[in-house]
Design a protein around this ligand. Structure first.
Ligand code: BG6
Length: 494
């Protein structure tokens, strides 16, 4: 099955970079193994260095060997490797893009529908688009031309607008594919389907029944060797502005008019634009940040963020939590707590929904939670109260727990799904400019206020739970951070 993909050439800028090595080439190869690539798909790597084709193909083999440790079908490998070509585009060569055009004009080798994947530094997005346009390589007539822009699309609202203005001189919105790789995850795509294909969920998905929603991404990993990038970005921009707000949009959106790319994106844009701006004059009730200090992860001692960075004065957060409200009839009054952290005690991404108190309350803590696990476990779990068999009237919480992913299911990586969508011309899992803008509009004032506030930032030891002080953003005393669904009794933070 090749999903009616037009013959096309995928042009990969930054082809020897980490993303290409770890995700894009292995992802494309897996699509080939699954029989999902069209027979006449070609892949043209564009890199700064001059590399001959044999050496490049050997390099691709090393990328695949690193990923597919158990080996792979040699016939598919032969087919895949024959799809691959290399073009050197030295930054110093003023004629580089004309030469690229000349390479691509070999119509015997390269189908003329062209998808450019810009896995390059963000500052190079606009110049590459401009250079492609200057030699006529973005012009659509008989053939389509699409451009994938990696995250981040800008670093704030003005820079996102500037990037948009620069690239829309040459591209229509329908040609631009802005990546948020979370949208390629099956678990995220499932949120919309699970919500709206189940009669039992939709009627209770509103402020009449829901007390609050938590959308959480925590990692045990630290910033690793990305200290420089991270210190100019921070957790709020790195994760909340993008992946977590997209997860929120899917959790909170209205039923789209249909499942077309426009239908889905319109519904997401609408809800993102309905999020109430965060009041900076009382920021401390709505936003909390912290940094990890030295601690222990899996029994191993690890340094704190400031030590890794080598700058004791940084106020950049590795933990960020926000309280948001959505001003529409469905969600009026329901807080959405979104948070992300590096080096917390567990790595888990989930949506936790707490329902309002039931009319009969036997224990104080009795409340229904519905949890959608995104990763590592894809599942849906409902906690309900039930009588403890015996002579007394006592209840306990029991769990209905179902896997959204079975062992036998295909484990398609987010990038594989997104690459396939790109070739199919389906941009529903890519960001519309209005989504990127709404997300920046929301977080920009917080980023600015935090950058200006040079007081020392709260610390949490690596491997610990949420800092106690983070609870300041809760609306009600009885609210608390909900932990992993896998830990049974260990799930509450109070
Ligand atoms: C990236 C962030 O976008 O997403 C990283 O820059 C983060 O800091 C990563 O670790 C998380 O992605 P995933 O798919 O591993 O949850």
């Amino acid at each position: 099955m090749t999903n009616n993909i037009d013959p096309c050439t995928l042009v990969l800028f930054g082809a020897s970079g980490n993303l290409a090595r770890v995700k894009l080439y292995p992802g494309l190869f897996r699509l080939d193994l699954l029989g999902r690539l069209p027979a006449d798909l070609k892949i043209l790597a564009v890199g700064r260095q001059v590399v001959d084709l044999d050496a490049w193909r050997a390099d691709i083999k090393s990328m695949l060997d690193a990923k597919f440790k158990k080996g792979y079908d040699p016939q598919v490998f032969e087919r895949f490797i024959a799809r691959n070509f290399y073009h050197a585009n030295p930054p110093t060569d003023p004629d580089a893009f004309n030469k690229l055009k000349a390479t691509l004009s070999d119509t015997q080798t390269f189908p003329q529908n062209l998808a450019y994947f810009l896995s390059v530094r963000p500052v190079d997005f606009a110049p590459v688009v401009e250079s492609l346009a200057n030699v006529g390589l973005t012009q659509e007539d008989k053939y389509w031309r699409r451009v994938v822009i990696e995250k981040p699309f800008g670093t704030d609202l003005p820079s996102a607008k500037a990037l948009q203005a620069a690239i829309t001189k040459h591209l229509k919105e329908s040609q631009i594919y802005r990546i948020d790789h979370y949208l390629g995850k099956s678990a995220l795509q499932n949120i919309l389907l699970q919500r709206f294909t189940n009669t039992v969920l939709e009627p209770i998905w509103n402020n009449q029944y829901i007390d609050h929603v938590q959308i959480t991404n925590t990692e045990m990993l630290g910033v690793g060797d990305r200290t420089q990038f991270y210190d100019s970005t921070g957790a709020l921009r790195d994760m909340l502005q993008s992946h977590i707000l997209q997860t929120l949009a899917l959790t909170a959106m209205e039923l789209p008019k249909d499942l077309s790319p426009e239908g889905v994106r319109d519904a997401k844009i609408k809800v993102l634009e309905q999020i109430r701006p965060i009041p900076v004059n009382e920021l401390e009730k709505h936003a909390f940040r912290a940094q990890y200090s030295a601690g222990e992860i899996n029994g191993e001692k690890v340094p704190g963020y400031l030590e890794e960075l080598g700058n004791p004065d940084s106020v950049v957060e590795t933990y960020a939590a926000l309280k948001l409200f959505i001003d529409n009839p469905r969600w009026q009054g329901v807080p959405f707590y979104i948070r992300t952290a590096k080096r917390l005690h567990e790595a888990d991404t989930r949506i936790s929904i707490r329902f309002k108190k039931a009319p009969l309350q036997i224990n104080d803590q009795d409340q229904n939670w519905l949890i959608i696990g995104i990763q590592p476990r894809e599942c849906i779990k409902l906690e309900i109260q039930s009588k403890i068999p015996g002579l007394d009237v006592q209840t306990r919480t029991i769990q209905l727990d179902a896997a959204n992913r079975l062992d036998s299911d295909d484990s398609v990586d987010a990038y594989e799904a997104l690459l396939l969508n790109l070739m199919q011309g389906d941009n529903s899992n890519y960001l519309h400019i209005s989504e990127a803008e709404a997300q920046w509009r929301l977080v920009d004032p917080v980023v600015k206020a935090w950058a200006e506030d040079k007081r020392p930032v709260h610390q949490y030891p690596a491997g610990s739970r949420d800092p106690e002080a983070s609870k300041v953003i809760f609306e009600h005393q009885d609210q608390f951070w909900r932990y992993s669904i896998a830990l049974g009794g260990d799930k509450y933070s109070h």
